[in-house]
Design a protein around this ligand. Structure first.
Ligand SMILES: NC(=O)c1ccc[n+]([C@@H]2O[C@H](COP(=O)([O-])OP(=O)(O)OC[C@H]3O[C@@H](n4cnc5c(N)ncnc54)[C@H](OP(=O)(O)O)[C@@H]3O)[C@@H](O)[C@H]2O)c1
Length: 290
């Protein structure tokens, strides 16, 4: 199964465990079931979530849910060496040695209680990463069937280019939203569109609900009008904004609220009209386009 066959809306699991909601096994298996019942079958993880504990909670919940593994597309990431309670790291750093990448992927498989990952990502670029070493690790993981597709996260255009020369790069998970749209201007999305690399966007709602300032108040005024016009919620309109980009972005949503998960699915229905898209950009920027 390749990433292209997954659900357009991706369920982010960063806050399911110790870094957020601290859901019980039952709550997690209910939420997985709810997502799957609504055709939201792709789940985004990283080894570090919950100080390396969240994957295991999800894996146990998935096991008790009884949902067949092949119904899901599981994504996880490696490379960040985080300072917490579970590892002896003395400083946060990145490790992309061949052995570490392979070991990390195997740990993730154990935690998620599965024998393959649909998509495996390098979480953040490291100044010390070598494309040949990464390519060797990824090739070994692919050849053994432990990962189906390989991608990166938070990589720049030149970093994607560096790896693409050695190994097929299928996705890049980047921060992209109305309020953080650098990728639209610095060539990242142009490059991914040109090379047919899947775009996943984390924090797809940006800081509209996280900050209350002049900028977010301006945005909210337009959002309010658009919710009436499209008979939609504010979060749904914000997702429609990123979905309209021609690079074919898949939002990785962070909410665990069932209504908001459905709002995200609803975002796929009616696309924003051109002038509505620009009206949100203008309010975000605080000035019209040149
Ligand atoms: N690759 C990376 O480096 C990276 C970095 C960060 C995150 N991620 C991934 O991206 C996922 C999503 O990130 P995110 O959580 O920042 O994304 P997000 O979907 O932009 O933000 C979710 C937050 O917004 C709140 N929210 C949603 N709708 C709202 C509304 N209508 N009104 C008020 N608040 C609302 C949610 O609260 P409720 O939960 O209460 O609804 C939640 O706290 C993570 O789970 C993770 O999988 C990846």
């Amino acid at each position: 199964m390749s990433f292209k066959e997954t659900s357009k809306i991706i369920i982010g699991c960063m806050s399911w465990g110790d870094w957020g909601k601290k859901f019980s096994l039952k709550e997690q298996s209910n939420l997985i079931q709810f997502c799957v019942d609504n055709d939201l079958t792709t789940f985004d993880h990283a080894d570090i979530y919950g100080d390396y504990t969240t994957e295991a909670g999800f894996g146990s919940a998935l096991a008790v849910s009884g949902i067949p593994r092949e119904k899901l597309h599981l994504i996880s990431k490696c490379g960040i060496q985080y300072v917490g309670q579970t590892r002896n790291n003395t400083i946060k750093h990145y490790n992309y040695s061949k052995d570490y990448i392979v070991w990390s992927a195997e740990q993730t498989l154990k935690n998620l209680k599965t024998d393959y990952l649909d998509t495996f990502l390098l979480h953040r670029p490291s100044p010390l990463m070598h494309p040949d070493e990464i390519a060797e690790a990824v090739t070994a993981l692919k050849n053994s069937g432990k990962i189906k597709a390989f991608g990166v996260s938070n990589f720049t255009t030149s970093q994607m280019e560096l790896l693409s020369n050695r190994i097929t790069l299928e996705s890049n998970q980047i921060e992209f939203s109305l309020t953080q749209h650098t990728a639209m201007h610095d060539g990242t999305l142009d490059y991914m569109l040109q090379k047919n690399i899947n775009v996943m966007s984390w924090s797809p709602l940006g800081f509209v609900f996280k900050e209350d300032n002049e900028q977010t108040q301006r945005i909210k005024l337009v959002l309010k009008q658009l919710t009436h016009k499209y008979n939609s919620s504010e979060d749904s309109i914000l997702l429609k904004w990123i979905l309209k980009h021609p690079a074919n972005v898949s939002p990785v949503i962070g909410t665990t609220n069932k209504q908001r998960i459905l709002n995200a699915k609803d975002a796929l229905k009616t696309p924003l009209e051109l002038e509505d898209w620009f009206s949100l950009l203008v309010e975000c920027q605080g000035h019209k386009v040149p």
